[in-house]
Design a protein around this ligand. Structure first.
Ligand SMILES: *Cc1c(COP(=O)(O)O)cnc(C)c1O
Length: 419
């Protein structure tokens, strides 16, 4: 479900007009729908009602405390990739026993914090990480629950930058080394081997590679049981794709969950999933305003006040986001490249978009709830935008726009540092 709809010529999110959000909180600004986040999470939870499961929202997709708090209240688990994300989850009221810790480069401090908090599982990505985890746990007099992220070597058929399940990728333990890595894990005194996990990529729209990965993981789980290393849970990661444009078909969450549930029924495994984008992607939009319309060698540019600093996905992944005026107004329509003010040719939000707009008009960049604000930067000394949560007829600012002064508050010239 896309959280934004047009009604009487205006874009709305739940019971709020987006023009009103832009007027109240300024432009550019991120806006999210509580109802859309909750309904996306429930689509997973409902489809898995008959299966022992934990939905661990991938915090990196959108880590605003309001988003985490909404999910914590639903009873969600969380998939984190850093100590910073752990702190956010705890600050938002998430329960540590529902947290799993992914990522290839966990630092000692991060491991210590996660052990102290009592998280559910470490998703380990290499043999040296197993050894470090064992040593740190031993030092604290604790046992660390571990799952090994195996690389099932299947092609997720997505953009190469967000494909993670192929051989030669930095993520996971190669399929043919997995059993040996499990032997090592089982031999280390301060580790409890509890599960197996994989994550083959992001924005996957085709169920076939996910099914292939599931089969390979179940095969390994079977081999582990034979080896005397029984595991309790299977974690299939995230990566479920959403619809960014009309002609795309989103992965059917209910169908995928029911297929997995049917496949693992009778195995005795509980199921963990780590969706990020599928929970928040279509629940958010980036609001912006047209600054100038520029004609150059027959090409039309709409220069807007949002940029790759706020939303880098088009520049980084050639990602496509819908762009629509906040209000349908009487303007001549033309094809525009929608670009930001940042000094990079890559600073493009969309190309060849038919839009009826004039300077000063508000626009919405759609499906920007995932990997939007979290990947934003201050490049060109641009303050990060405000974030707003819509909840029914209310809109609540859940993070204020940064001030320019805050951008350099900790910096000193050499002269200032000397005094
Ligand atoms: C990024 C990531 C996810 C979430 O991916 P989505 O495509 O947003 O669902 C889940 N698990 C791991 C290990 C990840 O790196």
């Amino acid at each position: 479900m896309n959280a934004v709809r047009r009604q009487d010529g205006e874009l709305w999110m739940e019971g709020v007009r987006l023009t009103e959000v832009a007027e109240r909180f300024g432009s550019p600004c991120y806006v999210y729908s509580r109802a859309a986040i909750e309904s996306a999470w429930r689509a997973f939870d409902d489809a898995l009602a008959g299966t022992e499961h934990l939905i661990c929202y991938a915090v990196k997709a959108n880590s605003n405390l309001a988003v985490l708090g909404i999910l914590a209240r639903l009873g969600s688990g969380f998939d984190i990739v850093s100590g910073g994300e752990l702190a956010r989850v705890l600050a938002a009221g998430g329960r540590p026993e529902r947290v799993i810790f992914s990522g290839v480069g966990k630092g000692e401090e991060e491991i210590r914090a996660a052990l102290a908090a009592g998280i559910r599982c470490f998703n380990v990505e290499s043999e040296p990480e197993l050894e470090r985890l064992d040593a740190v746990a031993g030092g604290l007099g604790r046992r660390a629950p571990v799952s090994l992220r195996v690389n099932p070597d299947v092609d997720a058929r997505t953009h190469p930058y967000i494909s993670t399940g192929l051989k030669g990728n930095k993520f996971g333990i190669a399929h043919d080394r997995a059993l040996a890595a499990y032997d090592l894990a089982a031999s280390l005194p301060n580790l409890d081997v509890t599960g197996i996990d994989c994550h083959i990529g992001s924005q996957i729209l085709d169920m076939a590679p996910l099914e292939e990965a599931l089969e390979r993981v179940l095969e390994l789980a079977g081999a582990l049981a034979v080896r005397g290393i029984p595991i309790r849970h299977v974690d299939l990661g995230g990566g479920l794709g959403i619809r960014y444009r009309e002609e795309e078909e989103a992965l059917d969450i209910g169908r995928w969950c029911r297929a997995v549930a049917a496949r693992i029924a009778g195995t005795g495994f509980s199921l963990v999933l780590e969706p990020g984008r599928a929970i928040v992607g279509n629940a958010g939009a980036l609001l912006s305003r047209v600054e100038y319309l520029k004609l150059d060698k027959g090409k039309r540019f709409a220069i807007v006040d949002a940029s790759m600093s706020e939303l880098i996905r088009p520049a980084l992944y050639e990602a496509w986001h819908g762009i629509e005026p906040l209000a349908t107004l009487d303007r001549p329509a033309a094809d525009y490249d929608v670009v930001g003010p940042v000094c990079e040719s890559a600073d493009v939000l969309g190309t060849g978009r038919r839009l009826a707009i004039a300077p000063g008009d508000g626009i919405a960049i759609l499906s920007a709830g995932a990997y939007g604000m979290v990947m934003s930067s201050n490049y060109n000394s641009r303050p990060r935008p405000a974030e707003v949560m819509v909840d029914g007829a209310r809109s609540v600012q859940v993070r204020p726009r940064e001030t320019v002064a805050a951008l350099y508050a900790g910096e000193r010239t050499l002269d200032q540092a000397a005094t």
